[in-house]
Structures are given as structure tokens and as C-alpha cells.
Design a protein around this ligand. Structure first.
Ligand SMILES: NC(=O)C1=CN([C@@H]2O[C@H](COP(=O)(O)OP(=O)(O)OC[C@H]3O[C@@H](n4cnc5c(N)ncnc54)[C@H](O)[C@@H]3O)[C@@H](O)[C@H]2O)C=CC1
Ligand code: BAL
Length: 502
């Protein structure tokens, strides 16, 4: 099988060369067992191409390349040099952002204009952020101890870092991990998800063009149970960062512990609440909560998948929410993801389609809940799911307890602040939360009382690359983005200096 394949995207009049090998030492290579994975366009269900899947032996080669690059070159670069390389990478991303967004659209099902281009804007922004941060967030501290002694701290990179990323934001989740990690001075072996590997393979070429030395970034597409688990258990990986399901996050942490006690960052599932109080601006609350559940077809770990509305404005909110969803969250003409009006794409795969439809069917038939469904895709191909609203959902419903990861809003009532915050906290997850009120005290009580890593006051899911992101409880460990996105890849060394004389 060739290491490149020609792919056409007729809607944008684009034809390009897609790398389909493993990227090790700045070269595309075949997998040692010649195993291949077919990737499918979620809007049509049709195959796009096949790419090589890394075996355990390939992972070992990639880790050895990353180790060699770390010891021989990368650990000797200055933070400023790393910042310059990230700056060049940013320029290349800017030049290629339309193509990268188009690859995301075709491979992961993101509407091009209203979604995929947005991912690329964020990637560009965070690449520039870490280019500038490389020589700022790497500084240690001077610690005066006594007249005869001082100490200083050094922030040292871990060395070889493994990263395992999911399919809901293929290149964005990779960038959340890679750019800060490189700025901090580590080398990387990164595994994209098996159903959305194309954008990161294309991106690898930009890494090489920007001038990163061989072995600094290695991209190893492959199956989670083979390539992912080998990375988690690898004795020469110093840290692993993972985004995906909580169940796999637990496996990654166990493998990390039982191999070499490598450091771990986990960004896992969520069941994030939004509380809408009676004094909220309801139009604003409707707009944000709808975006917070329907953007990216609900495939967001931070999706506000539980919406609680104070009982006095519940009916009014429902009417407004339903009308707004009908108006704003729509499939494209002929289910075309390149239609400028398209805001709802398919979910990523047949597996996810069946999983999300399973929850809808469960709500409808088993729990007999009331629901509204908005519009139909214009043809039956692909994995499109109609934006769905479940109404008056009891707290113990499966729909209120489990992460659905699809365009399914779950709405319920609450009486007062005490009940609202109790319902919001009634989950094993703690990734994000939102509150809608015009009362600054109430908003701040909520920020104080909610057990979640992110609180949005009068908005939802509007992340910033400069602000830390991560979960409480079973949503994860550690933080990404902002200064935390570099700190996650630095460890502190304390140096004691004795200047006393006998
Ligand atoms: N936090 C988030 O952003 C995400 C959450 N999810 C949740 O997980 C559910 C299931 O989706 P899946 O694709 O099954 O998620 P997953 O957790 O299996 O996949 C995420 C990544 O982990 C890798 N992986 C799988 N098994 C592994 C293992 N044993 N060791 C190391 N890496 C492994 C996969 O290849 C992929 O790259 C979704 O419905 C959603 O609820 C899924 C993706 C992203
Ligand atoms: N919004 C980016 C991370 C996530 O929700 O999956």
C-alpha cells in the first residue's frame, strides 16, 4: 500500500495528497504488520481511504525515536528556539487552515463553515499562544532560605510524552496536548482515534516543514487496544495524556501505574449541568444552552447535557428553546456539510449512531418520556441524528445519569437554589457547568458550590485558549490550556545551594 493517496473534495474544488503511513522520525513509514484501517465519511457512510495501523513494535520504534530526539537535540533547545518553531508552525497552519478544516469535515462529519473552520481558528490561536509562552512559563523560582543557604527551582520537561486523543475534535484535541508539551521541551508520540486520523497525519507534514527535528513529534494511528494500550504501558514513556471515555481513562491510569508509574493527565467524560434561574435573560439562556448541546452534534465532553430550569419560567423556556432549535440547529441541504447553513452534522460513526439512537429509543420506549424532534436529514445516508429534546426528565433517568454524546437535550425543572445546586451536583462527573441569572450573588454562589472544573456564567462552552480546562471527580485529572497546558508537561526540580563555610 502506498504511503500517500489522492483525495478529492469536490464541494471546495480541492484535490490533495493525504499521507496514510505512520509518521516516525519525520518520515511516513508502513506499519510493521501491514495492518490497515478504513476510514469512513460519516455524512455518507462511504469509505474515504485506508491508513496504516501501528503495531506494538511500531509503538516501540516511535518511542525510541522520541527518546533519541529528546536526549540528542530537543532537550538542548532553548525555550526561545522552541517558541520560534511553534511560531512557524502557526504560519503553516494559517496557510493550510481551509484544507485542514475540509479534512476534518470529510473524516469526522463537522459542518465546514459553522464548525470545522472554528476548530482551526482555535488551533491557530493556541499555537500562537504557546509560541509566545515557551520562554515565559518555563521559569523557576529563587527561594531564599537563610543567610547561608538559598534554593531555586527548575521546571524540567518530562522527556518522552505519549498522547492519546479522541475523534470529537481530532486536530483540536491533538493541538490542546501537543503545542504546550512541545513548548515545555518534551518529545511526543501521539495516537489519533482510529476513525479520525487523517487531519493529524496531514498536520505532521507541517511539523516537519516548520523545522522540528526528526523524532520530536511522532504520529502513530492505530487501534486503542493495541497502539493506545502499548503507549500507556510503555516503560520508556515518562508521561501520558489522554482524552476519551472515563472507562478507557481508568485503563490508561492503571497501565501507567503498573508499568513505570508514568505521570498521567486524563480528560474524560462529562454530564454537565446548566441551571437557568427565573431572573435569567431567557433569550440568552436559550441561545447558549442550545449551542451547548447541539454544537458538534452534541459530541462535546463539556456539552450542557442536563438543562435545569426554575419552575416559574419552565414552560416559557421550553417554548423559546424549541422555537430556537428549529430555527438555528439544522441539517444542510441534501445533508451537505459544505452548505453554509448547515449547523448539525452527523455523529462520527455507525457505532456512535447506534449508541445515541439507543439512548433516544430508551427514553421514548422504556422510560416513556415526552420528547420533541426537530427536522430530518434530507437523505437517509450517513449517521445524522435529529436534534432531540427530552422534557420533564426525572433525575434518576438514564438520560440524566449517563453521557449520551449526541444532539440530545435533557430538560427538567427545579424549585429553588438549594434544589438546583443539589441536582447539578448529583453526578459522578465534574467537567463543566453553566448558570444563567442576572443576580451576581447567585451566580457566584453557584461558582462556589458546583463541583466542576469549569463554570460559565451566562454562557456555555465558550472556551478560551488562555484559561485552564479539566475535570473534577470522574471527569479527569490535571488541566490543559493556558499556563496549565505547559505546567502539565513540566516537573519541578529543587536545587539546594549551601554557601556556609566551616
Ligand atoms: N472526553 C471526551 O472528549 C470524549 C468522550 N468520549 C466518550 O466515550 C464514549 C465512547 O467513545 P469511544 O470512541 O469508545 O472512546 P474511547 O475512550 O475508546 O476513545 C478515545 C481514544 O482512546 C483510545 N483507546 C481506546 N482503548 C484504549 C486503551 N485500552 N488504551 C489506550 N487508548 C485506548 C482510542 O483509540 C481513542 O484514540 C463516547 O460515547 C463518549 O461518551 C469519547 C470521545 C471523547
Ligand atoms: N470542547 C472541547 C473539548 C470537548 O468538549 O470535548
Amino acid at each position: 500500500m502506498s504511503l500517500f493517496t489522492e483525495i478529492s473534495i469536490p464541494q471546495l474544488n480541492i484535490s490533495y495528497k493525504q499521507p496514510v503511513g505512520l509518521f516516525i522520525n519525520n518520515k511516513f513509514v508502513e506499519s510493521s504488520e501491514n495492518e490497515q484501517i478504513e476510514t469512513v465519511n460519516p455524512a455518507t457512510g462511504e469509505a474515504i481511504t485506508k491508513f496504516h495501523a501501528a503495531s506494538e513494535a511500531d509503538i516501540d520504534k516511535a518511542v525510541a525515536a522520541a527518546r533519541e530526539a529528546y536526549e540528542s537535540t530537543w532537550s538542548k533547545t532553548s525555550p526561545e528556539e522552541r517558541g520560534v518553531l511553534l511560531g512557524k508552525l502557526g504560519q503553516l497552519i494559517e496557510q493550510e487552515k481551509e484544507l485542514l478544516a475540509a479534512i476534518e469535515t470529510v473524516d469526522s462529519g463537522k459542518p465546514y463553515y459553522t464548525n470545522a473552520l472554528g476548530d482551526l481558528e482555535q488551533i491557530l490561536q493556541l499555537t500562537r499562544y504557546y509560541a509566545g509562552a515557551a520562554d515565559k512559563f518555563t521559569q523557576g523560582k529563587l527561594l531564599p532560605v537563610s543567610s547561608d543557604k538559598y534554593a531555586y527551582t527548575v521546571k524540567a520537561p518530562y522527556g518522552v510524552v505519549a498522547q492519546v486523543v479522541p475523534w470529537n475534535y481530532p486536530l483540536a484535541m491533538a493541538s490542546w496536548k501537543m503545542q504546550g508539551c512541545l513548548a515545555a521541551g518534551n518529545t511526543i508520540v501521539i495516537k489519533p482515534a482510529e476513525n479520525t486520523s487523517l487531519s493529524l497525519l496531514y498536520f505532521a507534514q507541517l511539523v516537519e516543514k516548520a523545522g522540528f527535528p526528526p523524532g520530536v513529534v511522532n504520529v502513530v494511528p492505530g487501534y486503542g487496544g493495541v497502539a493506545g494500550s502499548r503507549l500507556a504501558a510503555h516503560p520508556d514513556v515518562d508521561k501520558i495524556a489522554f482524552t476519551g471515555s472515563t472507562a478507557v481513562g481508568q485503563k490508561v491510569m492503571a497501565a501507567a501505574a503498573m508499568s513505570n508509574l508514568k505521570a498521567v493527565t486524563l480528560e474524560c467524560g462529562g454530564k454537565s449541568p446548566a441551571l437557568v434561574f427565573e431572573d435569567a435573560n431567557l433569550d440568552e439562556a436559550v441561545k447558549w444552552t442550545a449551542a451547548g448541546i447541539y454544537y458538534n452534534s452534541g459530541q462535546n465532553c463539556t456539552a450542557n447535557s442536563r438543562i435545569y430550569v426554575q419552575e416559574s419560567v419552565y414552560e416559557k423556556f421550553l417554548l423559546k428553546f424549541t422555537a430556537h432549535v428549529q430555527e438555528t440547529w439544522k441539517f444542510g441541504k441534501t445533508s451537505d456539510l459544505f452548505d453554509q447553513e448547515c449547523t448539525v452534522g452527523p455523529v462520527v460513526s455507525k457505532t456512535q449512531y447506534e449508541r445515541v439512537q439507543g439512548y433516544i429509543e430508551h427514553g421514548k420506549s422504556t422510560e416513556k418520556l415526552s420528547l420533541k424532534q426537530m427536522g430530518q436529514p434530507s437523505d437517509s445516508k450517513g449517521y445524522f441524528i435529529t436534534p432531540t429534546i427530552f422534557i420533564n426528565v426525572p433525575q434518576d433517568s438514564k438520560l440524566n445519569q449517563e453521557e449520551i454524546f449526541g444532539p440530545v437535550a435533557v430538560i427538567a425543572k427545579f424549585k429553588d437554589y438549594k434544589e438546583g445546586i443539589a441536582l447539578a451536583n448529583d453526578t459522578s462527573y465534574g467537567l463543566a457547568s453553566a448558570v444563567f441569572t442576572e443576580d451576581i450573588r447567585k451566580a457566584n454562589y453557584f461558582a462556589r458550590d458546583i463541583k466542576a472544573g469549569t463554570v460559565w456564567i451566562n454562557s456555555s462552552n465558550d472556551e478560551e485558549v488562555s484559561v485552564p480546562f479539566g475535570g473534577f471527580k470522574m471527569s479527569g485529572i490535571g488541566r490543559e490550556l493556558g499556563e496549565s497546558g505547559m505546567d502539565a508537561y513540566l516537573q519541578t526540580k529543587a536545587v539546594h545551594v549551601n554557601i556556609s563555610k566551616l
